[in-house]
Design a protein around this ligand. Structure first.
Ligand code: ZN
Ligand code: ZN
Length: 263
C-alpha cells in the first residue's frame, strides 16, 4: 500500500495557495489509497488580528467532487493549534465534524509565535522553550480528541537560527512528560519533514531513541507541505532513519481509528 501524507495544507489554510485538486491528482498519480489535508485552525495568532479558520463544509464538498473511481479515497483532517484561552472553541470544533485525523500543534502562545526569532530573543531562548513545552504538555493533557502530536520539535527550527549549537537534550526534562503522556493516551508522535530538514540529522535519531526508550511505538511521517511540490518529500530518507531506530510501522488514521503501514 502506498502511504499518504497526513500533514498537508491547501488553499483552505490561511497560509497556502495550493489548490486541493493539485494534491489530489498527485496522490492519485503515485497510487495512494487515501488522501487527506490537515488545514490550519489557529485562534487569533499573535502575528495576525483574526482567527485562522477553514471552511470545512466547502472542503468536504470539494473532496466529494474530486473523488473519482480508482482515485484515492478522500478523508477529512485538521491541524488544531492549541491555545488554553480558546479551549471551548477548540473542543467545540473538534466535535463539530467527523474528522478522520486530528493533528494537534503548538504554534503560538497568544503573545508569542514560536516561528519568529524576535520572540525568542525577547524572552530568552530557555524561557521561550519552557513556555512552548509547558503549553504543549497542557495541550496533550487537556485534549483527548486528537490522534497525532505534530512537530514536537518545531521550536528548535527557530532556536537554531539564533544558536546553531543549541543542544535540545538540555530540554529533556520538558520533553519527557509530553512523550509519556502521548504513550499513555496511545497517541502518535509526528515526524515532521519540514522541521527535520531544518535540524541536524542526529536530532531525529536522538528523539526517536528517547521515544522508543520510554515505550513509544506510534509514529506518523508527514511533510507539512504548503505546496504540492513538497507532498511526501523525502519520505524514503526518513523512513530509512525511522527503521534504523527500530520502528517497523507507521500509523495512519481513518475515522480516528488507528491503522498500520509496515515499513
Ligand atoms: Zn504546524
Ligand atoms: Zn502544518
Amino acid at each position: 500500500m502506498v502511504l499518504h501524507d497526513q500533514h498537508v495544507h491547501s488553499y483552505y489554510s490561511e497560509d497556502s495557495n495550493e489548490p486541493l485538486i493539485n494534491y489530489y491528482l498527485l496522490a492519485k498519480k503515485i497510487g495512494c489509497k487515501y488522501f487527506v489535508t490537515t488545514e490550519h485552525i489557529d485562534y487569533m495568532p499573535s502575528m495576525d488580528n483574526h482567527h485562522w479558520l477553514c471552511d470545512f463544509d466547502k472542503l468536504q464538498n470539494e473532496l466529494i467532487n474530486l473523488y473519482k473511481e480508482n482515485g484515492p479515497i478522500p478523508l477529512l483532517g485538521i491541524e488544531m493549534g492549541y491555545r488554553i484561552d480558546y479551549l471551548n472553541e477548540i473542543n467545540s470544533l473538534l466535535n463539530k465534524y467527523d474528522y478522520d485525523i486530528i493533528n494537534l500543534s503548538i504554534h503560538d502562545s497568544g503573545k508569542y509565535e514560536y516561528y519568529f526569532v524576535s520572540n525568542f530573543t525577547e524572552l530568552g531562548i530557555k524561557q521561550t522553550i519552557k513556555m512552548y513545552y509547558e503549553q504543549m504538555l497542557d495541550a496533550v493533557t487537556r485534549i483527548d480528541k486528537f490522534n497525532v502530536l505534530s512537530h514536537i520539535d518545531y521550536c528548535y527550527k527557530t532556536v537554531l537560527k539564533i544558536d546553531p549549537n543549541y543542544d535540545f537534550l538540555s530540554d529533556y526534562h520538558l520533553i519527557k512528560p509530553i512523550l509519556e503522556t502521548l504513550i499513555k493516551k496511545e497517541k502518535a508522535l509526528e515526524i515532521n519533514v519540514k522541521v527535520q530538514k531544518a535540524l541536524p540529522e542526529r536530532h531525529l535519531y536522538t528523539l526517536l531513541d528517547i521515544y522508543k526508550s520510554l515505550g513509544g511505538v506510534r509514529l506518523t511521517l508527514s511533510t507539512d507541505a504548503h505546496t504540492v511540490s513538497r507532498y511526501k518529500e523525502d519520505f524514503d530518507k526518513y523512513i530509512k532513519i525511522i527503521k534504523e531506530c527500530g520502528f517497523n510501522y507507521l500509523c495512519y488514521y481513518i475515522k480516528q481509528k488507528e491503522y498500520h503501514y509496515d515499513i
